[in-house]
Design a protein around this ligand. Structure first.
Ligand SMILES: CC(C)(COP(=O)(O)OP(=O)(O)OC[C@H]1O[C@@H](n2cnc3c(N)ncnc32)[C@H](O)[C@@H]1OP(=O)(O)O)[C@@H](O)C(=O)NCCC(=O)NCCS
Length: 379
């Protein structure tokens, strides 16, 4: 290719053929393997949806029971991994601990051959099962508590909550947390998924694949936005101030966190489900003031940013829900990761089933044919 067209951010450039999820950004439609995400958030649960994403179809009863049992069996982490987490700085971001912990996990389970489906499936189970344990353990350790061992009698979402707080969540909280995991599990070719596929295409082991994706997710333009939404709502401070703040932010070309999406030009369907879930949690807990600010900001933004196709995305309401469950702000993105690991792994399996190493082109804009000037002659 002599003069390839360069599209910043690879916008509209297909990076893979994929059958895992589908978005219609104009109709606010997101499907996992053909099923609307709203339906899954309502009818399914994280383990079942994970199987659907990984395997392509809903599981039969025995398949689901075996998958669930295997996940429960794999939840514990090696004591040396726990020691490694203990030695990380307590003020460091938990996404760093998760990325390091995931890479370290690969050292406990070396895999030089990723072309063996049985080994790969074991790694898939291990990663989905152990990531929540790493996140919860690092959190407990950094605040000076002992890590809490996982329980086998709880579902994935409830066990994560239990490992964080040492108490079982109510049925309503479990439902909300589980639905949040479903909503974050997969989202076509986003930056972290692309990252997972690029790393996977080198036939690197799945722990390297997932740790690459975790690093990519950590940025504020991707998974990190949900934390920044809460900072923004704090800065706005009152519902009365929301519109004035927004007008000023737009005039000064500030990015409004939790708004805008490369694909959705309407409200992200996940934001709609999350808002609904938020209302349900607030019926049990209390309605936080930040939520009033958020809904007022959304109304003002509909007027001001709506005509440009900029509406709330998944991150706009997720932080408010998590905060209301007592989850610290810097764990929001790690929670995103423990859900999205399923999407990353589904893409990894798809990638290596028909692999070609990623090796894109560049448009060269640098100098050429330069002379080497010896150091003493450089002015
Ligand atoms: C998600 C996001 C990175 C998508 O980026 P993108 O597709 O590259 O879109 P761009 O950043 O090029 O934005 C296109 C236009 O919309 C504007 N825009 C996009 N998102 C905006 C936002 N959140 N607030 C204000 N303006 C926004 C841009 O300023 C740009 O305007 P211009 O054409 O006048 O310069 C972007 O919307 C964003 O930064 N959002 C905030 C962070 C966030 O919530 N991320 C979570 C995503 S799930």
């Amino acid at each position: 290719m002599s003069n390839p067209e360069f599209r910043p951010g690879l916008a509209d450039v297909p990076a893979a053929e994929s059958g895992i999820s589908f978005i219609d950004g104009k109709r606010a439609r997101l499907e996992y393997r053909g099923i609307a995400v709203e339906t899954l958030a309502k009818e399914s649960f994280f383990e079942e949806t994970s199987w659907l994403l990984l395997k392509g179809d809903l599981p039969r009863q025995k398949e689901l029971a075996d998958f669930d049992a295997a996940l429960k069996e794999e939840r514990c982490i090696h004591f040396r991994l726990l020691d490694a987490l203990k030695s990380l700085p307590e003020n460091g971001h938990p996404m760093g601990a998760l990325q390091a912990g995931t890479a370290a996990l690969g050292m406990f389970h070396p895999m030089s051959n990723v072309l063996n489906p049985a080994n790969n499936w074991e790694a898939v189970i291990r990663l989905i099962a152990k990531l929540p344990t790493i996140v919860a353990a690092f959190h407990r350790l950094r605040v000076g508590h002992e890590a809490i061992a996982p329980r086998q009698d709880l579902g994935h979402a409830a066990n994560f909550y239990y490992m964080l707080f040492g108490k079982e969540p109510s049925a309503a909280v479990t439902r909300v947390l589980d639905a949040c995991l479903i909503l974050h599990a997969e989202h076509t070719m986003n930056a972290s998924t692309f990252s997972a596929r690029v790393t996977g295409s080198t036939l690197a082991n799945p722990y390297a694949v997932i740790s690459s994706a975790i690093g990519t997710l950590s940025g504020p333009l991707h998974g990190g936005a949900n934390e920044e939404v809460l900072d923004m709502l704090e800065e706005i401070a009152s519902a009365e101030n929301a519109k004035t703040w927004l007008v000023d932010a737009v005039a000064t070309k500030k990015k409004i966190m939790g708004f805008g999406h490369r694909v959705y030009k309407v409200k992200d369907p996940r934001a709609t489900v999350l808002q609904d879930l938020a209302e349900k949690v607030f019926a049990e807990t209390n309605r936080p003031y930040a939520y009033n600010i958020a809904t007022t900001l959304e109304s003002a933004a509909n007027e001001i940013l709506g005509p440009k196709g900029i509406y709330p995305n998944v991150d706009f309401y997720s932080g408010i829900v998590y905060q209301n469950l007592g989850i610290p702000k810097d764990l929001f993105t790690p929670i995103f990761a423990i859900a999205r690991v399923v999407g990353w792994l589904s893409h990894w399996l798809e990638q290596i089933s028909n692999n070609r190493i990623y090796r894109p082109e560049q448009v060269f804009v640098g100098k050429s044919d330069q002379h080497y000037i010896p150091l003493e002659q450089r002015t």
